[in-house]
Each structure stands twice: as structure tokens, then as C-alpha cells.
Ligand binder design. Structure first.
Ligand code: SF4
Length: 251
């Protein structure tokens, strides 16, 4: 690390750039830090193609402005302590690792939001927010060729285990809420938790979030997950940003 202009910089990040789709300050809308003021940096580029991707500008049709990593560090220094590195898939990019180290050296709390399918050497995080994608994410109807690749990549238990062993973590699952579909999603979740050897006392770090981006449907969707969470010891995952702002970029 080098110290310049009052901020720590990772030596390897000099000249490093990332394609940034958007950056903004808001409240964390999901997970265990819901409600915490946070700066969000969303990188363009993803190795998955979820059917219902809520940020297609980072996956199906990536767009963004090439931005120097040191500019991102300086931008974060003017904002909240909590920084969320998201995407797309932030763990695909070595410069994200450099950015995360510099941010932590400057006193920020860093969350990576990731599907947990790739390992990034040198990433620094206070929270790995892991969101493994269930079978209903596969875009069979939308793009059969992409569906084949997505299906082979979407669950990587070895990588998830390694991330969980090396960082504080939470697991977030987007689930469907009709009885039959929820039962199928829960079977897949329980099977994965078994593979990951998640112990009973850690089930409170597993969040179920209802699918959908229509604020008016959220309260009914939450209600349909209450009994499941009570019975299985999962946490009900809020989607605060959708309840407050609707499904809008920059929130
Ligand atoms: S992993 Fe995230 S960014 Fe990538 S396609 Fe799925 S929802 Fe979109």
C-alpha cells in the first residue's frame, strides 16, 4: 500500500480501471446490513445470465464507463463508511480486489455482493454477501445457448465453501412464493446447505428473499415466507430499496 493525497492506494492499482455501470449512495436494501447508509459501486460484467436478472446492464448487455480505481477510492472517501462492491460479478475482476484492499485500508467497511462462483485472490471484505442462483434462474426460454453455460456455472459449492471459510458471510436466496415452487426452491437450498455443511446455529445467516420487483406485491410475498422461516430457522430477507423506491437504478 502507498499513501498519497491522504488516502491509501494499492500499488497494483496504479492505472487499473474498471467498467462501472453505476455508482451511488443509498441505504443497503438487502441482507443483514439492511438500512445502513452505503456507497454502491456496480461493475459491468457477469459470468451468469439469470432469466430475471435485475441489473441486465451488467450481464445480458453490459455497459459502463471505464473508471480509474484510484478515482473510485477518492469518491468513496467523500461518502459513507460502508461500501458495497456489486455487479454483475465483482469477483471476476482483479482490480476489484485492489479496490477492496485500498478501501479497507482507508477505514471503510467493504461488502462484496457475489453469486459465489469464482474465487478472487487478494480480495478484502468485511462481509461476503453470497447469492447462489437456484434452478429457476436458468434462462431456458430466453436463450437456450446461454442457459447451458449458466446451468454449468451457477452453483460452485467448492468456491462457496472457500469463500465462507475465508470471510464473514451471509447467504441470500431469491425464492418463488407459490407453494409448489417454494417447495422446489427449498429442496434445492437444503441440498446446497448440506453440501456446504452449514450448521444449525448458522441458519440465521441464510436469508430468503421473495422474487419480484413490484413493491405492491412485496408484503404478500413476505407473508408467504414467514412460516418457512420460523420452521427452518432462516431469516426473512427484506428488499427495502424496492419497498421505498420501486425498481429503479441508482437506489
Ligand atoms: S448473477 Fe446477478 S448480475 Fe449476473 S446475471 Fe445473475 S442476477 Fe444478473
Amino acid at each position: 500500500m502507498a499513501f498519497a493525497g491522504g488516502l491509501w492506494h494499492h500499488p497494483a492499482m496504479v492505472g487499473s480501471r474498471l467498467r462501472i455501470q453505476e455508482r451511488f449512495v443509498s441505504l443497503q436494501g438487502e441482507g443483514m446490513l439492511v438500512g445502513v447508509p452505503s456507497a454502491f459501486i456496480r461493475v459491468a460484467g457477469c459470468n451468469l445470465r439469470c432469466q430475471w436478472c435485475d441489473s441486465p446492464q451488467t450481464s445480458w448487455a453490459p455497459v459502463g464507463e471505464m473508471t480509474a480505481v484510484d478515482e473510485l477510492v477518492a469518491w468513496c472517501a467523500r461518502g459513507p463508511r460502508h461500501v458495497v462492491l456489486t455487479g454483475g460479478e465483482p469477483l471476476l475482476f482483479p482490480a476489484m480486489g485492489q479496490l477492496s484492499c485500498a478501501l479497507r485500508a482507508n477505514g471503510h467497511h467493504v461488502t462484496f455482493e457475489t453469486a459465489g462462483t469464482v474465487w478472487l485472490e487478494g480480495a478484502a471484505a468485511d462481509l461476503m454477501s453470497l447469492s447462489p442462483k437456484l434452478a429457476h434462474s436458468t434462462p431456458h426460454a430466453r436463450d437456450p445457448e446461454a442457459a447451458v453455460k449458466h446451468e454449468t456455472r451457477r452453483l460452485q459449492p467448492e468456491i462457496l465453501r472457500r469463500l465462507m471459510a475465508n470471510y464473514p458471510w451471509q447467504l441470500k436466496f431469491v425464492v418463488r412464493t407459490s407453494a409448489l415452487e417454494l417447495a422446489a426452491d427449498l429442496r434445492e437450498i437444503e441440498s446446497l446447505l448440506g453440501e456446504l455443511k452449514v450448521c444449525p446455529q448458522d441458519r440465521g445467516r441464510v436469508l430468503l428473499m421473495p422474487e419480484g420487483t413490484r413493491p405492491e406485491l412485496l408484503s404478500g410475498a413476505y407473508e408467504s415466507l414467514v412460516q418457512t422461516c420460523i420452521e427452518r430457522g432462516f431469516r426473512l430477507g427484506e428488499r427495502l430499496h424496492i419497498a421505498i423506491f420501486g425498481h429503479r437504478p441508482g437506489t
